[in-house]
Design a protein around this ligand. Structure first.
Ligand SMILES: NC(=O)c1ccc[n+]([C@@H]2O[C@H](COP(=O)([O-])OP(=O)(O)OC[C@H]3O[C@@H](n4cnc5c(N)ncnc54)[C@H](O)[C@@H]3O)[C@@H](O)[C@H]2O)c1
Length: 430
């Protein structure tokens, strides 16, 4: 049995994180809730994705009899906040996330705001001693410093953190990780996946609730912008923010956390030493659009492993083995001695290549699948027990998002991105 390789850079990274956590957690207040004590969930952002989260927690409360309540909701756009209060009978509504965080009945928050708000709001929530379900991407691509700060803040706390990469609820990834750690494929050297989701979701998928919306008592545009450049209000920016690189990043930040997180976890890699990315606005050349629709990235890691994530607008056919729907191809993880892949969502296939003896594929049946409600419950259970052992934890989010940020910088600057492990800093080549 061989463990994943652990060269100096990975040890250094883990030690830095552990030291930070050990020092600061001495002062962090402890959370504990009796097994049947009711937990209150507060929603920050009441747009499209929040509807799914409201339904999931309601399902836990009403169908699974889990002791949890929908306690409060906030949105800087009052009509969406009001809609959530009315539809889900939520007792408290706020126009700002700090007011919601001051509510003592809120134990756990759900952050489903545009990308550029996540880190600031999550840091505020952790500092208010609330556990956090934070939607992906964990930060906007331009916010590496905030990513680092959030990582340190969560590690120094006693709260639980779950990233909204809900595919991580699928037990198959933990099963594949274990097989790799047991040495089944030898040294893991390559993880490949892709996300060929077609269409311009920024333009077509995002609904403009009110074309006449204006800043005022019911819409706080300054709070919506947060740390982004101060620009006059515009309904497209607010309702179709995925088109704009100030608030979004295109496929690399919107979709790839869903497919790259599990491979990074299975490969057991730290921070990439090199990332290159190519892409462009190849299909949807609208006047407003500034984010790419096509994005291909390659990352190399000091553990001598490579990650490849591809996504073009060609068409979304995938091989039968890896087909999952929505253009997302399930990964292949290759080692020197064999390859692991998933077939028809039902079986892990191990294809030995160098092992002595049989070369026949080994089929391992799998059970389970992605489960959004279980992803929520996993966070609530961790909060209740005062643990940080969630399925999509902060360490993994930090590593995954750093690779995505490096890729976006490489794409935009047409340069190679590197990582200085000692300083935990991204560096850009010539
Ligand atoms: N995990 C998934 O499968 C999945 C699916 C869809 C969206 N998402 C993520 O969820 C997030 C939200 O996406 P969406 O489609 O719901 O967007 P949306 O625009 O429909 O909703 C965002 C809401 O946040 C509000 N908001 C903006 N700034 C705020 C602030 N400072 N405080 C409080 N509220 C604020 C907006 O007014 C809006 O109502 C995105 O980061 C997206 O990537 C994840």
């Amino acid at each position: 049995m061989t463990d994943a390789p652990s060269p100096a850079s990975r040890r250094q990274f883990m030690q830095t994180a552990a030291t930070l956590a050990a020092t600061a957690s001495l002062s962090a207040p402890r959370i504990s809730h009796a097994a049947n004590e009711r937990l209150g969930v507060g929603y920050i952002g009441c747009g499209g994705r929040a509807q799914a989260h409201l339904n999931m927690v309601r399902h836990l409360r009403d169908k699974a009899n889990y002791p949890v309540d929908l306690t409060a909701a906030c949105d800087v756009y009052r009509p969406r906040m009001q809609r959530a209060l009315e539809k889900y009978s939520i007792p408290k509504g706020y126009m700002g996330h700090r007011e919601l965080l001051a509510d003592p009945n809120v134990d756990v928050v759900c952050i489903a705001t545009p990308d550029h708000q996540h880190a600031r709001q999550a840091i505020d929530a952790v500092n208010a001693n609330k556990s956090v379900y934070c939607e992906k991407p964990i930060t906007h691509w331009s916010q590496f410093d905030q990513l680092k700060a959030l990582h340190a803040t969560v590690k120094a706390s006693k709260v639980a953190f779950q990233l909204g990469t809900q595919a991580m609820s699928d037990p198959v990834w933990r099963q594949m990780k274990k097989l790799v750690q047991q040495g089944l494929i030898g040294q893991p050297v390559f993880g490949e996946t892709s996300y060929f989701r077609l269409g311009d979701f920024g333009e077509r998928g995002m609904h403009i609730d009110d074309p006449n919306a204006k800043p005022g008592a019911d819409l706080n545009w300054d709070a919506w912008l947060g740390d982004r450049p101060k620009v006059p209000f515009n309904v497209d920016r607010m309702f179709r923010w995925r088109l704009f690189e100030e608030y979004a990043g295109g496929p690399v930040t919107d979709l790839y956390p869903h497919s790259a997180t599990q491979i990074i976890d299975i490969l057991g890699v730290s921070m990439p030493d090199t990332v290159v990315a190519v892409g462009g606005i190849d299909r949807y050349e609208y006047e407003l659009r500034t984010v790419p629709d096509t994005f291909n990235l390659l990352a190399h890691y000091p553990e001598k492993a490579t990650l490849s994530v591809l996504g073009t607008q060609a068409n979304d056919f995938n091989s039968i083995e890896g087909y999952r729907g929505g253009g997302q191809r399930l990964p292949y993880v290759r080692g020197y001695d064999g390859t692991l892949l998933i077939r028809n969502n039902r079986q892990i296939v191990f294809q030995p290549v160098r092992a002595k003896g049989a070369k026949q594929p080994v089929i391992i049946d799998i059970e389970g699948g992605e489960d959004n409600v279980a992803h929520w419950q996993n966070l609530l259970d961790n909060h209740r027990s005062g643990t940080q052992d969630t399925w999509s934890p902060i360490d993994l989010a930090y590593r995954t998002q750093t690779a995505m940020i490096m890729a976006m910088l490489s794409y935009k600057q047409r340069r190679v991105a590197g990582f200085d492990t000692a300083a935990q800093k991204i560096t850009m080549g010539a």
